[in-house]
Design a protein around this ligand. Structure first.
Ligand code: COI
Length: 366
């Protein structure tokens, strides 16, 4: 059997339908995985080959595989949404494919073409389509989170680009990223750590960036915060992003500002979509540097009326408080600001097929 050019080897022990139903009723985020995974192999001599969908299970890696030592690895985050008629769609996957190639170039990994990237999502979702949740109501954001990733698998301890690479996609049914659903989250302002520096890997979606954010994330948790915000590494002045999400500042005069893509910030697909939806809604989007002082002063004067984070996993999540050693500033009160709520609804309505896809952002998976 073959789907989108992928050989399909079905699992001999798929999850029992009742167990799957129980999981889908309360999936959380990233805790449960479907019955299959997609895989494509790359070697320096033969390029990409052996596309398959096979049973989900542990990988066999040589202990000397270079990913385990030098972190030559990249990943993506994509969601599959079930529409009311039962069909399954994804959102702007060609943007993820392009970003995956940009990340690959930075990490000296081979580039995967858009057709194979989207084909891998289609082949896996076709096989595990029963794992795509049906949201019980418009308020519920359940989807199948797809995690494409690429690792350097050559057995070699010298530091150079691997001559053997494996690309996989795994899938995990998902509800809201933050426990307790959509409610304002608190942000710890990191002053001991930076996430990325000019010329580094900040714009690439590589595991190393996330590993580097964890000590700061631990610090955030010690201070009772959900997430950490990073400033730029040169002046410690410019707001960059959270550990895994981009930031937006809503001004009361209709401007909506997000930090410019300076090479140290991840080029979020949700970030880009919010900029477009904000413009459609008559707001004035600005991509520019925004300093931590402008954040503080804007909240104090009331110029900034709300702050939110966005990403594939987090969708749009209001920022309740900014916390550091010396301060605790309320950024967005109550259950979140009106602009963030409205943009979030527009985004979800589009993704779940409840509004017209004016920008041609949806791709059918199954
Ligand atoms: C995503 O939003 O898809 C990410 O990869 C970020 C991570 C925090 C889950």
């Amino acid at each position: 059997m073959s789907t989108s050019g992928f050989d399909v080897k079905p699992s001999a022990n798929p999850t029992d339908a009742n167990v799957r139903k129980e999981i889908l009723a309360n999936p959380g985020f990233g805790r449960f995985f479907t019955d299959h995974m997609a895989h494509v192999r790359w070697t320096k001599d033969d390029g990409w080959h052996s596309s398959e969908v096979r049973p989900y299970g542990p990988l066999t890696l040589d202990p000397a595989a270079s990913v385990l030592h030098y972190a030559q690895e990249i990943f993506e985050g994509v969601k599959a949404y079930r529409h009311a008629d039962g069909s399954v769609w994804t959102f702007r996957p060609e943007k993820n494919a392009a970003r995956f190639r940009a990340s690959a170039r930075r990490l000296a990994l081979p580039e995967l073409d858009t057709e194979t990237f989207i084909g891998s999502l289609k082949a896996l979702v076709a096989q595990d389509v029963d794992w795509v949740p049906t949201p019980a109501s418009e308020a519920e954001e359940s989807s199948l989170y797809l995690r494409p990733f690429m690792i350097a698998s050559e057995k070699f301890l010298g530091v150079r680009p691997s001559k053997e690479v494996d690309y996989y996609v795994i899938a995990s049914p998902a509800a809201a990223y933050f426990k307790g659903g959509v409610k304002p989250v608190s942000i710890w302002l990191s002053s001991n750590y930076n996430r990325a520096a000019p010329g580094g890997t900040g714009f690439a979606k590589c595991g190393g960036n996330y590993a580097a954010s964890l000590a700061a994330q631990k610090e955030a948790e010690v201070h009772g915060c959900d997430q950490v915000a990073f400033l730029d590494a040169v002046e410690n002045k410019w707001v960059e992003e959270l550990g895994g999400m981009n930031l937006f500042f809503v001004f009361k005069d209709g401007r909506i500002v997000t930090p410019a893509l300076t090479g140290t910030i991840l080029e979020g697909v949700t970030r880009d979509s919010v900029l477009t939806l904000a413009k459609d809604a008559g707001l004035k989007p600005e991509e520019r540097q925004i300093s931590i002082d402008e954040w503080r002063d804007g909240i104090a004067s009331g110029e900034i009326s709300e702050v939110f984070a966005c990403g594939t996993a987090a969708v749009i999540t209001p920022i309740g408080e900014l916390v550091s050693e010396h301060e605790r500033i309320t950024c967005t009160s109550g259950s979140g600001g009106e602009v963030g709520k409205s943009l979030r609804k527009q985004l979800l309505d589009l993704q779940y097929g409840r509004s017209e896809d004016k920008h041609g952002w949806l791709t059918r998976l199954a």
